[in-house]
Every structure is written in structure tokens, then in C-alpha cells.
Design a protein around this ligand. Structure first.
Ligand SMILES: Cc1cc2nc3c(=O)[nH]c(=O)nc-3n(C[C@H](O)[C@H](O)[C@H](O)COP(=O)(O)O)c2cc1C
Length: 480
């Protein structure tokens, strides 16, 4: 689950925070160069001479008993020390306008500076996004397949993978240090992410002139060695799914409710699954989807109410542009599906409080569910115990399906998003040995006790192009 999300209320919330912030900026006493309203002496000597003359004139008039010095009569508000009062008078309005203008310049300047510093004008740019543009900068060597693999979907953009390449094969390893934590206690999401990377790797093989042969868990003694892909030279061919790799992005925006997802599309997505141990269950958003959607929202509420879970999850949130470029992973504002203005304000302003963030997230999930074309569940034959991590090996075959479906959806103008809070909360119930509310509800939805839900998601037509998520450099994911 990604705790960051769009909402209409966010615009208002961020807008008012922004105004408060501006108010704060204006209240700071800043020395501002105000145009001096009097003719100014050119140097110190002239000023002294003028002051002396004024002083003498004042003494003369006092000496002559006059109560009406020229200056006091004509200008009761004249400055002290006899500064010349005969220059053009500047109204209070002009001064205020001048001060206001300087403040506006300062605020605008500060905002522009902060915007540039926080990447408002650099969406999808910088080293963190380079792998999306470099993915075909070189082709033909085994290492070039890895450029495609690292663009795969994965939980929280944690990128839990490592690769070892030789001239004849590539090994894929799980980097379990990069697991997302309490939300994935049995590492099943981590393995789905690895399955997605493996799918991209296999699709990239023919495009780079190789025929791939995959062996899952080639080393019985090493559970982190997920797969070996042997590569035989072959004629090169680039499939449509391969070409979709850099265009596939998880789309968190609301989907187009005027553009329903037809049965043909749903059937075509289902047909991408060739494994009898896996099935995709579809629920039209308007009917049974209401029940699944309601559960998704309830699970999101249960997630944010679980403090240890939320705190642990927050580690993956990259709040500043500097962190995005430094860590090149995690959940970012840009990829969160926010409308453009709140997204920009979200970057410029100090981070929202955890309570606000959770509110945005919950409203976001609600919108995501309400605007879904169809909701889906990927289920696997439940011959395994989730608590036994070795079972994730078998599950890998199924895990490639998500990436395949998402690539196909991309080529067909569809948007997709996992909404996994339900499976995450079902796992949490197992860990806490609490009442199996979400686990039981999922089992009911799947409708067959021999099948187990591993992922829940939505599909629809996009209202907004999804933005890029960061990726670590190729050199960071290679292991000797
Ligand atoms: C196993 C798995 C679980 C995921 N769960 C969620 C989720 O609950 N909510 C969500 O918005 N995105 C979810 N995602 C999407 C990831 O956040 C996304 O793939 C990752 O940030 C990389 O971004 P990209 O897909 O745009 O390349 C999930 C992805 C995977 C593979």
C-alpha cells in the first residue's frame, strides 16, 4: 500500500496551508530597500553643511522670538535633525505599494527558488529517472536485459533485486534487505516484484538477440537466488509487450468513469495467464465490486489505524527532491497521482503532518476505488502455507503475470494500479494472531477455499498520464 494519494480536499487543504505559509513569510521582519523619499545629499560633507544651515536658521528664528519656524509650519511631520523638507512628498500609499511590491518580489522569488529546489520544474528528470531513458542506450549484451528488468513494477518502488551477469546467463537474486517491512511479513509482495523483473528480463531477451531459458530457484541451498536465465544467441525480435516497458507506470489518478472496461478487454487480460495454478477473478465495479471496493477502503482505514505498521511504512516515503535523487526509490509525490497544482504545492510546502497525509491517502483510495472500471483479484492455488517463505518460490511463476497484464494494458491505452491493502491486512492478521476479518472476507470473495488471493487491483481508462517513479542505477543492482 502506498500512503500517499490524491483528493479534491487536498487542493483546499494545501491551498490554505500555502496561504498560512505565505502569511508567515510576510510576517518575517526583513530589511527591504525602500526608495528614499527625499533628495539625498551626495556626500557626508554636504549633509553636515545642510544640517548646520538648518540648525542656524532655527536658532535665528528662536532668537527673533518667532513661534513659527518655516519648516514646522509647512510640514508638521517633517523628519528630525532638520533634514530638508522641501523635496517632493511621497504619500503613505506609495510607500506601502513600494513595500508590498518588494514583498511580492521576495515571496515570488522565494517560491520560484523553492520550486526549482524541490524539482517542481524537473518532473521525471535527474539521475533518479535516467534508467527510463537509458533502457535501450545499448543493446545486444546480457547486461542490457537488466536495463529492462529494473523498470518493472515492485512494492513501494523498493526494487528488491540484484543481478549477476555473464556472457551466457543472468542470475536474479532477492535483496531481502529491501523488503518493505511489516506490510509484507511473508515477503510475498517482494517476490511479486521479483517476478515482474523476471518478466521484463525474459521479454528483453529476444529483443537483444537471445532465446531465454528460465530455471527458478536453481540453488536449493540459496533461497535468495530466484532464477537463472540462460541465454542462447537467436534472431532478434522485439514484441509489443517489450516495447511497452518504458511506458508502463502505475496510474494512481482517478480513472475515466465515462469509459467502461468491456468484457473483451477483461477476457484478453485473463488470457495472458497460462498457468493453471493461477486465476484472475474480475468484479465489475458496479456490482460485486462494491463489496470488494468497500473492503479495500476498510482495509486502508485499518492500515492507517495500525501505528507500528504505518510508522514502518513511512520509511519508504521520499519527502524531498533531494531524497528522491539520492535514494532513487520509494514512494514519491510525483508518482502519487495528485493533480498538478497540489503536486507542485506539496513539493514547495513543508511536508503535511502524518494525520493530513493519512487523510489524503484514505480519500485517495476512496476515489481510486470509486472510479475503477473493474476490480480484480489474482489468486493462486492455496496448497501452501503463507508463513513458509520457501513457498514464495513456487509463487514466482504466478508473480510474472502482474507485469505481463500491466504491459498489455499499456499497449491498449488502459491504466492499472494494485490496491493491496486488503492482502496486506490479511497478512497482518496472521502475524498478530487476531480475528481474521480481512482474510475471511477475501476467502469469501474468492469463493473457493483451495485458492488464495495474493493481489487486488483496479483497471480503467486514464484521465491523466501517470508519471515516472525513480529507479536506482544499473551499477547499484549488479552483484559480482
Ligand atoms: C506486489 C506489489 C504491490 C503493490 N501495492 C500497491 C498498492 O497497494 N498501492 C499502490 O498504489 N501501488 C502499489 N503497487 C505499485 C508500486 O507502488 C509501483 O509498482 C512502484 O512504485 C513502481 O512504480 P511503477 O509501477 O510506476 O514503475 C504495488 C506493486 C507491486 C508489484
Amino acid at each position: 500500500m502506498n500512503i500517499i494519494a490524491p483528493s479534491a480536499a487536498l487542493v483546499t487543504a494545501i491551498g490554505s496551508t500555502f496561504l498560512r505559509r505565505i502569511g508567515f513569510v510576510v510576517a518575517i521582519p526583513i530589511p527591504i530597500p525602500i526608495p528614499y523619499p527625499y533628495p539625498q545629499p551626495t556626500d557626508r560633507t554636504e549633509l553636515t553643511t545642510q544640517m548646520r544651515r538648518q540648525h542656524m536658521a532655527a536658532s535665528d528664528s528662536r532668537d527673533s522670538g518667532s513661534q513659527h519656524s518655516e519648516s514646522s509650519e509647512s510640514d508638521p511631520g517633517s523628519p528630525p535633525y532638520g533634514l530638508p523638507s522641501h523635496g517632493p512628498r511621497v504619500s503613505r500609499r506609495k510607500v506601502l505599494v513600494s513595500v508590498g511590491g518588494s514583498l511580492v518580489v521576495l515571496v515570488v522569488g522565494g517560491t520560484v527558488w523553492r520550486s526549482a529546489d524541490q524539482g517542481v520544474f524537473s518532473t521525471g528528470q535527474g539521475p533518479a529517472y535516467q534508467p527510463w531513458y537509458d533502457w535501450r542506450s545499448a543493446i545486444g549484451r546480457p547486461v542490457d536485459l537488466i536495463r529492462a528488468a529494473i523498470l518493472a513494477a515492485n512494492p513501494h518502488d523498493s526494487q528488491p533485486w540484484l543481478f549477476h551477469d555473464t556472457d551466457t546467463h543472468i542470475d536474479l537474486f532477492a535483496d531481502t534487505r529491501r523488503n518493505i517491512g511489516l506490510a509484507d511479513p511473508f515477503l510475498s509482495e517482494l517476490h511479486i516484484g521479483l517476478g515482474c523483473a523476471l518478466e521484463n528480463l525474459v521479454l528483453a531477451a529476444p529483443a537483444n538477440g537471445y532465446a531465454p531459458r528460465v530455471t527458478l530457484f536453481p540453488d536449493a541451498m540459496d533461497a535468495t537466488k530466484i532464477a537463472t536465465v540462460d541465454l542462447q544467441p537467436s534472431a532478434s525480435s522485439a514484441s509489443a509487450l517489450y516495447q511497452a516497458i518504458p511506458h508502463r507506470h502505475t496510474n494512481h489518478y482517478p480513472y475515466d468513469t465515462h469509459h467502461p472496461v468491456g468484457q473483451t478487454t477483461v477476457d484478453a487480460l485473463s488470457a495472458l495467464n497460462t498457468d493453471p495454478q493461477v486465476q484472475v477473478l474480475w468484479v465489475a465495479a458496479a456490482t460485486a465490486g462494491q463489496q470488494l471496493g468497500k473492503l479495500m477502503v476498510e482495509a486502508a482505514h485499518a492500515f492507517v489505524a495500525d501505528k507500528p505498521l504505518v510508522q514502518d511504512d513511512d520509511r519508504w516515503y521520499r519527502a524531498t527532491w533531494q531524497d528522491v535523487q539520492r535514494y532513487r526509490d520509494g514512494i514519491t509525490l510525483d508518482a502519487a497521482g495528485l493533480p498538478d497544482l497540489p503536486r507542485a504545492l506539496g513539493k514547495i510546502l513543508p511536508p503535511a503532518s502524518p494525520a493530513q497525509q493519512h487523510d489524503y491517502f484514505l480519500q485517495g483510495v476512496q476515489t481510486q476505488v470509486q472510479t475503477a472500471g473493474v476490480l480484480g483479484i489474482i489468486a493462486v492455488r492455496d496448497k501452501r502455507d503463507k508463513r513458509d517463505k520457501r513457498d514464495n518460490g513456487e509463487r514466482l511463476r504466478e508473480d510474472r503475470l502482474w507485469q505481463r497484464m500491466h504491459l498489455w494494458a499499456t499497449t491498449n491505452g488502459l491504466a492499472m494500479q494494485p490496491l493491496n491493502q486488503l492482502t496486506e491486512m490479511a497478512d497482518r492478521e496472521i502475524v498478530l494472531a487476531s480475528t481474521s476479518r480481512f482474510g475471511e472476507a477475501l476467502r469469501e470473495l474468492v469463493g473457493n477455499p483451495t485458492w488464495q488471493a495474493i493481489m487486488t487491483f483496479r483497471v480503467g481508462y486514464p484521465t491523466h498520464e501517470a508519471l515516472l517513479s525513480p529507479r536506482r542505477a544499473l551499477s547499484d543492482v549488479l552483484t559480482p
